[in-house]
Structure formats: structure tokens, C-alpha cells
Design a protein around this ligand. Structure first.
Ligand code: NAD
Ligand code: MG
Length: 385
């Protein structure tokens, strides 16, 4: 394999830092070309000095001088401002973008990379939730592979290797159930931020951890799966699997089910996406059937975890509804993390926003962007920012 030049968008996050761990362990396979961060200047500087990329972006303009100063003895180009994410996505000098920004902010730079015919290792599921049809169409037009990093989608992708001509009956997305599995609404009513941030199996960024606690994450993933694997909504099923050993499954038209398994460790799907189609050796801990010897499955509780029911509705109706839902959810999570609204209020906020923003059946990119803005404003007006 030639040395692959990677542009890590969101390098200071959970996915970004783990991608750098993979690169650090495989210097003969990967090289860092671009690093981007929102506000964490300290970590960005440290990463830049270690990996010596061609360019870095610190989105927060207040941090620009400090980053520039700290890297002044190097040849590393330093950019700032939201717009510069798209500017560096235009660079010729990288082979693959690792899309590790969280939320809607990841959409535009990823679209730019696709237009520039760069391979995408996609962690940022919100990009597909917001504008999955446009993203997948542009990827086909530009012959760009979109390789999922999300563990469930990586599992499905791995199960589909060698099955290009075979019909999928359905896919089964596994969900851990989050920290509140088995709880009822009267418990959730009083849940606080710090409790919701304790995920049983995965250590992740704050937004996805809250999404996992509300099961919105699984809803976003159903929509992500629909676009990635070109499925009908009814072909996407969710099953709760608390041990997080089976990362997801594909059922083919002969009834045969393939599963991809392993210990929960995001470095595995990150490494798989970056090295695809190759598998590379690592020393991550291995799953031992003698230690975790019970794998259990249950139905998701859609009455208690209404965010998942809402997301299934958005998946079925399509149009701009998933985009509106995503925007409202980002505001809701933001409000919850700052103790402005309660756990169950998040659902009400999302539902009200989905009822408020006019439905568009087949939105253009501009209409998606407008729907996002309108949903964000409306939801924010209810959080009293
Ligand atoms: P995180 O919060 O840990 O990191 C987010 C990164 O994005 C940071 O580098 C931050 O600087 C950057 N960022 C945040 N807001 C930004 C903005 N407005 N503009 C530009 N950059 C911005 O998040 P994470 O957990 O690493 O998740 C990243 C993405 O990967 C999310 O879409 C998440 O759903 C997905 N994902 C994460 C995991 C995981 O284990 N963490 C698993 C599956 C999927
Ligand atoms: Mg996932």
C-alpha cells in the first residue's frame, strides 16, 4: 500500500485523536496532511508539532494568533474561520478525508472533499442525516468511496464485502441501549447531564454520548444506513444488544445472517476505513468467548425512548424532515448539556420543531441549509439561550 495522506477533520475529538493513534502506530502506511479543530488550540498545537501536517485549521478566530505563534518555527500553514475548512478541503495534497467533525458543521467540508474526488472515511453521521441523497449522489458522480467509520455501519460494510451482487433482505443495527436501558419516563424525568454522560461501553464525545442515552443516536444511524447502503426504511431494524460485541448484521435474501463482532473499540473501524481494502495487524485486546459468554438481545422501548420513534418517523417520511430533526436535536442536546432543559424536554423540543418547519419532499442543497437554519432558530427560541 502506498503511503496514504490523511486529512483529519475534527482531530481534537474522540474520533480524531483515535485516528491519530492509528496513524502513530502505522507510520509506514499513513501520513497526516491536514488537522482541523474548533477551539482546542492546545491539543491542535501538540498534534501539529508531533505529526507535522502541511496545514492546520483552528476554526475559533480568537485562538488563531496563539496557534500561529506556536507553529511559527515550522512550515505548517495555519488557517482560521469556518470558511477555511472548505478551503483546506480543496487542497490537492491529501488522499482521504477522515470526517470526524461532530454535527451539521461537518457537512460542507465533506461535500467539498467529495467534489474534489477525495476518498471519505465517514464518522460524521449527521452529514448523511441532513443531506444523504445529495452526498451519495455526488459520491457516485465523482467516483468517491464513502467508507463508514461508525461501528455499526463499518460492521455492515464488512459483511457486504464480496456480496455486491446479492440482495439484502434487511440490516440489523445493534444498539447498546445506553446508560438508561430498562428505565421508564418517571426516572428519565430527573436525569442530569453527568449521569447521561456515563456510557456503559463506549467513551465518546459529549454530543454522541447524549444521543446514545436518548437513543437518538440509533435513529440517526438508521437514516445513515439507509443512505450508505441504499435501503428502504423497512429494511432497517434495530435490536438492543447490551454487550456491544456484535456491531451489526446483514440478512440476505436466502435468510442467511452475517455479523461482524469484536470488543467495542472505535480504533478498529477507524483503522479499517483508513486502510480499506486491506486489514492491518494491531495489538488491540481481543474478544474472548470465555469471558463475555452471554450475548443477549431485546426490542427497543420506543414508548420510553421517544427520540428513536421520532427518528423512525423521519426515516419513513424523508424529505427535509431528518435534516430538521437533526438541527433540533443538536440544539436540544446543547441545551441539556448546559442544564437549560431536562432529559425528556429534548424530545418535545425536537417534535415541536419538526411540526413547525414546512415539509419539503425533495429539497435542494440550499433548501436543506435553509431548513437547518430555520429549525435551529425555532428550537433555540424554546431553549432560551
Ligand atoms: P467530539 O466532540 O469528541 O469531537 C468533535 C470534533 O469536531 C473536535 O475536533 C472539534 O474540534 C470539532 N468540531 C466541533 N464543532 C465544530 C464546528 N462547529 N466546526 C468545526 N469543527 C468542529 O466528537 P466525536 O465523538 O469524535 O464525534 C465526531 C463524529 O463522529 C460525530 O458525528 C459522531 O456522531 C461520530 N461518531 C463518533 C463515535 C465515537 O466513538 N466518538 C462513534 C461513531 C460515530
Ligand atoms: Mg455507532
Amino acid at each position: 500500500m502506498n503511503l496514504k495522506r490523511i486529512a483529519i477533520f475534527g482531530s481534537t475529538g474522540s474520533i480524531g485523536t483515535q485516528a491519530l493513534d492509528v496513524i502513530r502506530a502505522n507510520p509506514d502506511l499513513f501520513e497526516v496532511e491536514i488537522l482541523t479543530a474548533h477551539t482546542n488550540d492546545e491539543l491542535l498545537i501538540q498534534q501539529a508539532l508531533e505529526f507535522k501536517p502541511n496545514a492546520v485549521v483552528i476554526v475559533d478566530e480568537k485562538k488563531y494568533e496563539k496557534v500561529k505563534q506556536a507553529l511559527s518555527s515550522t512550515l505548517i500553514k495555519v488557517f482560521t474561520g469556518e470558511q477555511s475548512l472548505e478551503e483546506v478541503a480543496d487542497f490537492e495534497t491529501y488522499d482521504m478525508m477522515l470526517a470526524g467533525i461532530v454535527g451539521f458543521a461537518g457537512l460542507k467540508p465533506t461535500l467539498r472533499a467529495i467534489k474534489n474526488k477525495k476518498a471519505i472515511a465517514l464518522a460524521n453521521k449527521e452529514t448523511l442525516v441532513v443531506a444523504g441523497d445529495i452526498i451519495m449522489q455526488k459520491a457516485v458522480e465523482n467516483r468517491v468511496p464513502i467508507i463508514p467509520v461508525d461501528s455499526e455501519h463499518s460492521a455492515i460494510f464488512q459483511c457486504l464485502v464480496g456480496e455486491a451482487k446479492n440482495r439484502i433482505e434487511k440490516i440489523i443495527l445493534t444498539a447498546s441501549g445506553g446508560p438508561f436501558r430498562g428505565k421508564k419516563p418517571n426516572f428519565l424525568l430527573n436525569v442530569k447531564r453527568d449521569h447521561a454522560l456515563q456510557h456503559p461501553n463506549w467513551s465518546m464525545g459529549a454530543k454522541i454520548t447524549i444521543d446514545s442515552a436518548t437513543l437518538m443516536n440509533k435513529g440517526l444511524e438508521m437514516i445513515e444506513a439507509k443512505w450508505l447502503f441504499n435501503l428502504k426504511p423497512e429494511q432497517v431494524q434495530v435490536v438492543i444488544h447490551p454487550q456491544s460485541i456484535i456491531h451489526s448484521m446483514v440478512q440476505f435474501e436466502d435468510g442467511s445472517i452475517k455479523a461482524q463482532m469484536g470488543l467495542p473499540d472505535m480504533k478498529l473501524p477507524i483503522q479499517y476505513a483508513m486502510a480499506f481494502p486491506q486489514r492491518i495487524h494491531n495489538n488491540f485486546p481481543r474478544y474472548d468467548f470465555k469471558k463475555v459468554n452471554t450475548l443477549s438481545f431485546e426490542e427497543p422501548d420506543l414508548k420510553t425512548f421517544r427520540n428513536l420513534a421520532i427518528a423512525i418517523d423521519a426515516l419513513n417520511k424523508g424529505g427535509n424532515l431528518p435534516c430538521v430533526m437533526n438541527a433540533a436535536n443538536e440544539i436540544a442536546v446543547w441545551g441539556f448539556l448546559r442544564n437549560r432543559i431536562g432529559f425528556l424536554d429534548m424530545t418535545d423540543l425536537i417534535e415541536k420543531t419538526m411540526n413547525h418547519v414546512p415539509f419539503i419532499e425533495k429539497p435542494t442543497l440550499d433548501e436543506y441549509l435553509e431548513s437547518d437554519a430555520e429549525a435551529r432558530n425555532y428550537a433555540a427560541s424554546m431553549v432560551h439561550l
